[in-house]
Design a protein around this ligand. Sequence first.
Ligand SMILES: O=C(O)CCC(=O)C(=O)O
Length: 274
Amino acid sequence: MSKTIKKNIDIDSHYQLTQEQISFYQENEFIKLKNVLSPETLAHYRQIIWDKTLALNTNTLAMEERSTYDKAFIQVINLWQENDRVKEFVLGKTLARIASELMQVSGVRLYHDQALFKEASGGFTPWHADQQYWPLSSHKTITAWIPLQAVSLDMGPLSFAAGSQHDQTYRDLAISDDSEMVIQKAMNDYPIECAAFDIGEISFHSGWMYHRAPANKTNETRGVMTIIYMDEAMKLKEPENPNQENDRRCFLPGIEVGQIANSPLNPIIYSQAF
Ligand SMILES: O=C(O)CCC(=O)C(=O)O
């Protein structure tokens, strides 16, 4: 595919991380980075991501009739399979290289992407750790949370419980009203990082990092694209719960337990070997 580079639209550049930022991530397993993508780049991809997300959304009940989970966001998965421009965005090297350098691995594959749109008056996102859902052999996983506009405190910015990645007590709990009651109480023991995102600011968090997002109190949708990367050497482990069985089927088709997670849905996006 030939690539047309327009001024200030760049998803394949090198964002220079400082040693301090890498050390912060190594210790805390989350980080927020400013000015990662330009406003022009985000504007360039925003509409197509928005249109595809709304077109493929199946979460259409009135807000008051939805479960807590469905109030939290519209969720559309693997948009990169649906459109070539979204594919170009998801396979961009800028974010993949940051993911690789933060995790200190030689390269990263795609696990999957998902658009997470918190609608006007949408509810809070319950506390959870993503890796509960993932049948992956190591903790070298990371999500880039990419707001398509600035996110004020009132729109539901992603928030982290600093230090909670070491807490193994709640790792069996999938998202539910019951898990929220238990985990929310436990997270009071950790400092909560909850702050607005500027345009171009992107957060990265590991699979065992507990996170949530407040409700969207505005009358504007909070559009967010996420890209989930894993170590290029990641293997499929024996799934430990129905969520992991489901992820294996959806995101790792044809891969056997113990094999590298390299199905056609898991291309290497960035590698030092390239
Ligand atoms: O966008 C949200 O509200 C939640 C995001 C999330 O849980 C994630 O990206 O892992």
